[in-house]
Design a protein around this ligand. Structure first.
Ligand code: GLV
Ligand code: GLV
Length: 325
């Protein structure tokens, strides 16, 4: 009898094929999240679940799945998982780091250029048929080369984002919640570890790569936006609630900052009313990891993690490896 694994949404086939070699796999057939009640019912007899960042993995979830041997998140971010609760129960939980690092940093760069050079606004004019020819004052945007890049959260993705700035000769500043220096950034880019206040005041572009936790929730609120340069842009490919979205809206309207490029939102999929009416924002639907190779590799990593957990082995990217000690 093969163990049963439920996958809460269609993911790339490579991972599912791998999983099917050693498990009976059921995949949510709908292109929508499984309703909570239905999920709790389905997982009753499952040994494994692969889920998304939209699933709440908490005591209620674990209670509903008495046969569970492990949970694999199809995401690097794991603010949706109560990891201490999983650990208390001796249940391993995993995420998908590394395989989406470059894709997410590239997405942040697309937002950086998109908002600085007003790509989306300008594209809309072309599509409207109203462009009357080249004009010296049209769509003047912000410079990138030589401007200061501030990285909040210099982990894997923040480091990749910073390294990609080399072609643009950008001084790099970063903050660190642990206070530890990032040696790659220090050595390769001469980056400076600074206080949060200094980063706010000196950066021309601030890119967020910190995980969401009680220490980063609403890290960017009215005070932070007031401290930023009026010519500065903020880019968020991390988690929406790191920004107080209402405060961002007000800062953008008041011209306290120049613009924002967002891939994530405080209350996904809802947007703070008014945000989508602003010209100085570029808004993406949480597609940071959305490249062919990244999503394929995420599916295979989640599958390998699941297969290890089903066998009682330590998975590659475990969030609570101490349960194996
Ligand atoms: C996506 O947001 C992820 O955490 O992988
Ligand atoms: C995410 O994986 C990060 O470390 O930035």
């Amino acid at each position: 009898n093969l163990p049963k694994v439920y996958v809460t949404r269609q993911i790339p086939k490579q991972g599912l094929d791998l999983l099917r070699q050693a498990a009976e796999v059921e995949v949510n057939p709908d292109d929508a999240p499984v309703p909570r009640e239905r999920l709790l019912e389905i997982i009753k007899d499952c040994q494994g679940v692969i889920g998304l960042l939209t699933e709440r993995i908490d005591a209620e979830f674990f209670d509903a799945a008495p046969n569970l041997k492990g949970y694999a998140n199809y995401a690097v971010g794991f603010d949706n998982i109560d990891v201490p609760e999983a650990t208390r129960r001796g249940l391993p939980v995993t995420n998908t780091p590394d395989v989406l690092t470059n894709a997410t940093a590239e997405c942040a760069w697309s937002l950086l250029f998109g908002v600085a050079r007003r790509v989306v606004e300008a594209d809309a004019v072309m599509r409207s048929g109203s462009w009357a020819g080249w004009g010296p004052m049209q769509f003047i945007g912000g410079d990138v080369t030589g401007k200061t890049l501030g990285i909040v959260g210099a982990g894997r993705i923040g480091t990749a984002m910073a390294r990609m700035s080399r072609g643009f000769d950008m001084p790099v500043l970063y903050t660190s919640s642990s206070g530890r220096r990032n040696e790659t950034l220090d050595k390769e880019l001469n980056a400076r570890l600074v206080s949060f206040e200094e980063l706010l005041e000196e950066s021309d572009f601030i890119s967020l790569h910190a995980p969401l936790n009680p220490g980063t929730r609403h890290l960017f609120g009215a005070d932070a936006f007031k401290r930023m340069k009026r010519t500065a842009y903020i880019i968020n490919t991390a988690r929406g609630p790191v920004i107080d979205e209402q405060a961002l809206l007000e800062a953008l309207k008041a011209g306290e900052i120049a613009g924002a490029g967002l891939d994530v939102y405080e209350n996904e999929p809802a947007l703070t009313p008014g945000l989508a009416e602003l010209a100085n924002v570029v808004l993406l639907p949480h597609i940071g990891s959305g490249t062919e190779s990244s999503r394929t590799d995420m599916s295979m990593l989640a599958a390998r993690n699941m297969l290890a957990m089903l066998k009682g082995h330590k998975p590659e990217t475990c969030l609570n490896p101490e349960i194996y000690d």
